[in-house]
Design a protein around this ligand. Structure first.
Ligand code: PPE
Length: 319
C-alpha cells in the first residue's frame, strides 16, 4: 500500500515509533512478538476534533497519564515521559494532515530480532511505543448519537479486577470485550452491556455506562471492574456544572430497564444514547432530554464554544 492509498483511506501516512515518524507500511512487527502470543500490550484511544480554532486533541494529558499507569501496572517501562508522549501525539496528528482523527498510542512487549526470547516471562522483551492516527467516524453507527442504539445485557461477565485489572487499558482485556461485542452483533444488537462478577451493571465492550433515575445521573463506581473512562469523568463534571446530581453506585441489571434514560460514554462512542435494552424500551425509546443537554455541552466544549468545568484546559491544539 503506498502512502497515497493510505491517505485515501484517511489513515495518517506515518506512524510514530519509539521517537520517530516512520511510513505506515513500515510499522510492522514480527510474528514472534510477545504481545501477539500473550496479549502484553496497553493502549489508549484519543480523539482530535476540528473546531473554528483548528484541530484540538481532547484531554490529551489525561489519556497519556492513563497510558503510563496502564504500563506501570504491567511493569512495562515506557521510555517516554507524559510530556514526550503528548508531544509525539501532537506531531503525529499534525503530520497526518487530518483535521479530525482518532489516535491510538500502543505500548507493548516486542521482540529483539537479533536476540529473540520466547515464553510468558515478559521481562526479557523490549517495550515498544507506537502512535497511529486515522479518521474514525461514529463508533456505533452514523445515526447513533441522535437516535440511540439497541443493546443487550451480555451473557459474558466483565473481568474481575483481581484477575485482569480493568484499571489498566490492556489489549488482553479486549478478548473479554470481543466476546461481549460478537455476541451482541450476532444477536442483532449494536452493543452489549456486561455485568461484573457480583452481578451488578459494569460497562459496555468499549464504553462506560450512565443511567438517569428521577433526574439523577448514576454510574457504576470504579470498584465495579470498569475502566475509569476519561469521557465518563468529563460527563460527571459537565453534569455537575449543569446542576444535574451525579451518583456513583452499583446498579442492578433490572434497574436499567426502568431508567428514564441510559447512555454510553467513550472516546470512540462519545455520548451515545441507548434506546432499548434486551428489547425493553428505555424512556421514550429515543435520546432523552438530559442526555441531549449533556451531549450538547460536551460537543460545545469540544467545539471551543464553551469552557470546560472549572476552567480546565481540555483541548490541545496541534496547529
Ligand atoms: N470502557 C472500556 C472497556 C473501553 O474500552 C472504553 C474506551 C471506555 C470504557 C471509555 O473510556 P474513555 O475513552 O476514556 O472515555 N474504549 C476505547 C476503544 C474502543 C475500540 O473499539 O477500540 C475508545 O473509546 O477509544
Amino acid at each position: 500500500m503506498s502512502s497515497k492509498d493510505v491517505s485515501t483511506l484517511n489513515i495518517g501516512p506515518r506512524v510514530w515509533r519509539n521517537g520517530e515518524l516512520i511510513p505506515w507500511n513500515e510499522a510492522r512487527v514480527h510474528v514472534m512478538t510477545h504481545a501477539i502470543h500473550y496479549g502484553s500490550s496497553v493502549f489508549e484511544g484519543i480523539r482530535a476534533y476540528k473546531n473554528e480554532k483548528g484541530t484540538a486533541i481532547f484531554r490529551l494529558e489525561e489519556h497519556m497519564k492513563r497510558l503510563i499507569n496502564s504500563a506501570k501496572i504491567y511493569r512495562m517501562p515506557i521510555k517516554y515521559s507524559k510530556e514526550e508522549l503528548c508531544k509525539a501525539a501532537i506531531e503525529t496528528v499534525r503530520d497526518s494532515g487530518l483535521e479530525a482523527c482518532y489516535l491510538r498510542p500502543v505500548v507493548f512487549r516486542g521482540l529483539d530480532e537479533t536476540k529473540p526470547t520466547f515464553g510468558v516471562n515478559p521481562f526479557p522483551n523490549p517495550v515498544d511505543t507506537y502512535i497511529a492516527v486515522w479518521d474514525w467516524g461514529r463508533y456505533l453507527g452514523e445515526e447513533a448519537l441522535q437516535a440511540g442504539v439497541d443493546v443487550c445485557v451480555s451473557s459474558w461477565t466483565r473481568l474481575p479486577s483481581n484477575s485482569m485489572p480493568a484499571a489498566a487499558k490492556a489489549g488482553a482485556n479486549y478478548m473479554n470485550s470481543q466476546l461481549i461485542k460478537m455476541e451482541a452483533i450476532l444477536n442483532g444488537y449494536h452493543e452489549g452491556i456486561a455485568l461484573d462478577d457480583r452481578g451488578s451493571v459494569c460497562e459496555g465492550s468499549g464504553e462506560n455506562l450512565f443511567a438517569i433515575f428521577d433526574g439523577t445521573l448514576t454510574t457504576p463506581a470504579t470498584s465495579s471492574s470498569i475502566l475509569s473512562g476519561i469521557t465518563r469523568d468529563a460527563v460527571m463534571q459537565i453534569a455537575g456544572d449543569l446542576g444535574i446530581p451525579v451518583k456513583e453506585s452499583s446498579i442492578q441489571r433490572a434497574m436499567l430497564y426502568t431508567a428514564d434514560e441510559v447512555f454510553f460514554t467513550g472516546t470512540a462512542a462519545e455520548i451515545t444514547p441507548i434506546r432499548s435494552i434486551d428489547k425493553i424500551t428505555i424512556g421514550e425509546g429515543a435520546r432523552g432530554p438530559l442526555t441531549k443537554k449533556i451531549q450538547d455541552a460536551f460537543f460545545e466544549i469540544i467545539g471551543g464554544k464553551r469552557k470546560a468545568p472549572r476552567d480546565q484546559n481540555w483541548l490541545t491544539y496541534v496547529n
